[in-house]
Ligand binder design. Structure first.
Ligand code: ANZ
Ligand code: ZN
Length: 820
């Protein structure tokens, strides 16, 4: 008998599929479309890791399953190819970033092919290629025209180690998302995308995404951070021309204000402290605060530090003098950069007031209770107002609006909505990215490069010394002429954040060779939105928020007719080994290619899909891999041993005995289970278990059942396995002498009537104790079951001489006879 040799058959079929262009997206518009997408990899120098293998295995099952179910499937792949590591390789090893990246892209592509993934390679998208980044520039111009790209001087997050600015989304707990160094603040002229214009729509859209994990939606809502509240204006008697406006979600606590706190960066601070006693001390404090991260400044247990400016504001309702402080816990870029301190009802204010002995004035008490003073902590619950003038006795929830309205009428405040979301800073002082297509001219100022002059190509004459922006070292690049007036001008040397590239790549796949525009509307509309998007939870706010933003801009620009890009999102779990994340630093990495080499890609794929549901963490286990490999060998032998069945026609219906019925039922049960588990639930692991049970059944019933049915069951087994283990199923399909590819076979349907059991076995109990079993037709009525139970010889023995008081029939399970 021929042995199962993955090495031989996998290479053979991969070559065959490539030649026959089996996975090219069809043009058949009569078929329903299905777009399945896995997040594209960053082509680092390390090749594929197990996490990649997992994502691709999941995506490939979905793609193959949908193809077999009659869908026109788009299943593309590409590379997210711009970014810092290429540049670091250039600095450290003197290699050319482009060559380095292109080599890695080629390697990853080769490795992806070794997994047997069914991509339409004709649609490959590499973001570092000029025919792609040209359209990043095109889109930048679109955003610019629509007022969504602007340049401003701003305090930015600066990573000293990467030598570049970072978006807020790229700062994690005060550290650089890429290199983990402490991020500092720096003032620079930068380009921004106005994502804040879309804050409300980004929130609203989440409600229309029932197939997204709740967790991801919650993270996005949190990131957008919408709060309703009021702007309240305080006058400053000593500066008659200036006022201080605070943002508060709690105007109901206005009578409890005992001080104001300004962010150290607040523009009024220098004037307020000028000539005051502690001026130098405060300036030093401001300097220190700049070095602290946002988390250090605002977390609840962080040390709150402040200084009195010596100036006073006037309370808008009571006229009282309120001391003005500067404090590290107030951020300049949230709200108005100024806060009214209400120690009695806010925890941070309470800590601050306790530390600096500022008055604590309770203005809300719980209903039907008194507050025992002095307060030992802030009272943050609801209640009724006290010591609040005309608002005394009002419920605080009502007072929020009543006080805001009162202030508004007096011109001292305004109801407002505030967001945590900031505009997206897209400038990077790096080489390996998309040049921002802008020219600076002394006369014409900011001049966008006209669309017909795109792409602005990355130059080659650059110096990589790890200190400066390499792009700025290219004379040929920097010096240009103004597109408007023709005078000498200077090119923008910042490149775009690479998250710009990944914010629309899924659209490019629908029209990858378009040279005129990023994508044609009818092509995008035909395949979008993505039906199943598979990727990591780490992109919950970055990539997934930016992509939604881009899609909404395209919708507004009439470029697409949908406004949410991803219909369903599957966030895959991690691959662990011995309970720890696989990582180089832990030394527990298992290389996917080694596994492919040793057992074959089919084993690697099947293990990954079988070992856990896709959204859970998966524990890598060598014995598990071996178990799956043994299973594939069992499948192999089962088909090869029965090769004879496929050599000549087998008459059908030769047998219709119990065993045959049983096998038929198992077969249809399996089809049903696998269809539902893949198609409706993404529970690939339970689908695989069902197939394993079918294999057991086929071994058990070998030679016992109707041969035509047995043959059909073997064929179906191979078809059901095809999405999971594409190579072995293709090989067995040809062993069976089938024409064409198993991957183009229609998915089997199941016959509900085959699932019905003809007879069932019921336990018969006397007073709750099982005394015998009876077999009854599944369709039998209660009366028939009762009669059969009571007529049973052994039961008669137990009931003799007693009175039957009650007979309880639990259909499909048991009969209980109560006697006395
Ligand atoms: C007075 C007050 C009383 C407040 C009270 C809260 C409770 P969210 O919900 O996150 O929007 N705040 C406003 N701007 C700030 C800034 N730039 N830096 C630090 N804190 C700031 O929070 C809004 C609340 O956070 C505002 O409402 C303000 O404190 C504070 F019993 O005003 B509140
Ligand atoms: Zn000019």
């Amino acid at each position: 008998m021929k042995e199962y040799s993955p090495r031989e058959i996998e290479a053979k079929w991969q070559e065959h599929w490539r030649k026959t262009e089996l996975y090219q997206t069809g043009e058949d518009t009569n078929k329903p479309k299905y777009y399945v997408l896995e997040q594209f990899p960053y082509p680092s120098g390390e090749g594929l890791h197990m996490g990649h293998t997992r994502v691709y295995s999941i995506g490939d099952v979905v793609a193959r399953f949908r193809r077999m179910n009659g869908y026109n499937v788009l299943h593309p792949m590409g590379a997210d190819a711009f970014g810092l590591p290429a540049e670091n390789a250039a600095i450290q090893r003197g290699v050319n970033p482009r060559e380095w990246t292109l080599n890695n892209m080629e390697r990853i592509r080769r490795e992806q092919s070794l997994l047997g993934a069914s991509y339409d390679w004709d649609r490959y998208v590499g973001t570092c290629l000029p025919d792609y980044y040209k359209f990043n520039q095109w889109l930048f111009l679109l955003f610019y025209e629509r007022g969504l790209a602007y340049r401003k001087k701003a305090m930015v997050n600066w990573c000293p180690s990467c030598g570049t600015v970072l978006a807020n989304e790229q700062v994690e707990e005060g550290k650089c998302w890429r290199c983990d160094s402490e991020v500092i603040k720096k003032e620079l002229e930068q380009w921004f995308f106005k994502i804040t214009d879309y804050a409300d729509r980004l929130l609203e859209g989440l409600d229309r995404l029932p197939k997204w994990p709740e967790r991801v939606k919650a993270m996005q809502r949190n990131w957008i951070g919408r709060s309703e509240g009021a702007h309240v204006t305080f006058t400053v008697p000593e500066l008659s021309d200036e006022k201080i406006t605070v943002f508060t979600t709690r105007p109901d606590t206005l009578y409890g204000v005992s001080y104001l706190v300004l962010a150290p960066e607040h523009p009024l601070v220098p004037r307020l402290i000028k000539g005051k006693e502690n001026e130098a001390g405060i300036l030093e404090f401001i300097n220190q605060t700049q070095k602290q991260s946002e988390i250090e400044r605002t977390s609840n247990d962080a040390e709150k530090v402040g200084h009195p400016t010596g100036a006073y504001a006037q309370h808008p309702l009571t006229g009282e003098a309120i001391p003005i402080w500067v404090g590290n816990y107030v951020l300049m870029d949230y709200g108005t950069g100024a806060v009214m301190g209400v120690p009695a009802h806010d925890e941070r204010d309470f800590a601050f007031a306790s530390k600096y002995q500022l008055p604590v004035k309770p203005v809300i008490r719980p209903e039907n209770e008194r507050l025992s003073e002095p307060l030992r902590e802030a009272y943050t619950g609801d209640g009724v107002l006290v010591s609040s003038g005309q608002f005394d006795g009002m419920k605080n929830r009502e007072a929020i609006h009543a006080i805001a309205k009162f202030l508004e009428e007096r011109g001292q405040g305004k109801w407002t909505v505030n967001y945590r979301l900031r505009d997206w800073l897209i400038s990077r002082q790096r080489y390996w990215g998309t040049p921002i297509p802008v020219v600076y001219c002394d006369d014409c100022h900011i001049v966008p490069v006209p669309k017909d002059q795109l792409p602005v190509l990355l130059p080659e004459d650059v110096v990589f010394d790890g200190k400066n922006n390499p792009l700025a070292t290219s004379e040929s690049f920097v010096h240009t002429t103004c597109p408007k007036c023709g005078k000498p001008a200077r090119r923008e040397t910042d490149t775009m954040d690479t998250f710009v590239d990944s914010s629309w790549y899924f659209l490019r796949y629908t029209d990858p060779h378009n040279e005129e525009i990023p994508f044609a509307k009818e092509k995008a509309d035909r395949f979008m939105p993505v039906d199943e998007y598979i990727g990591g939870i780490e992109h919950a706010v970055l990539h997934l928020l930016y992509s939604r933003f881009f899609t909404k801009v395209f919708y507004d620009a009439g470029m697409v007719s949908f406004d949410e890009p991803f219909e369903s999102l599957l966030t895959q779990g991690m691959v662990l080994k011995d309970g720890l994340k696989m990582s180089k630093s832990k030394g527990n990495v298992v290389s996917p290619l080694e596994i492919v080499e040793k057992y074959g890609a089919d084993t690697a794929r099947l293990f990954i899909l079988f070992a856990a549901p896709p959204d859970r963490d998966l524990d890598w286990s060598e014995s598990g891999v071996e178990g799956v490999h043994r299973f594939l060998n069992r499948v192999w032998r089962l088909v090869v041993q029965n090769e004879e069945l496929f050599k000549q026609p087998v008459p059908s219906g030769a047998k219709a005995d119990g065993k045959t019925k049983e096998l038929r039922r198992l077969l249809h049960q399996t089809i049903k289970k696998v269809t539902i588990e893949i198609g409706e639930r993404n529970h690939f692991n339970t689908a695989v278990s069902a197939i394993m049970e079918l294999v057991n059944g086929l071994y058990q019933h070998a030679g016992e059942t109707d041969p035509a049915l047995y043959k059909e069951a073997l064929e179906t087994l191979v078809v059901l396995l095809a999405p999971f283990v594409p190579h072995i199923s293709e090989e067995l399909w040809s062993v069976m002498g089938k024409e064409g590819s198993v991957h183009q076979t229609a998915w089997p349907s199941y016959d509900e009537s085959a699932l019905v059991l003809d007879e069932v076995e019921l336990a018969v109990q006397i007073n709750g104790k099982v005394r015998d079993k009876i077999v009854v037709p599944t369709q039998a009525s209660r009366e028939e079951i009762e009669k059969q139970a009571l007529d049973n010889e052994r039961i008669k023995h137990w009931t003799e001489g007693k009175t039957v008081r009650k007979v309880i029939v639990v259909p499909g399970k048991l009969v209980n006879i109560v006697v006395k």
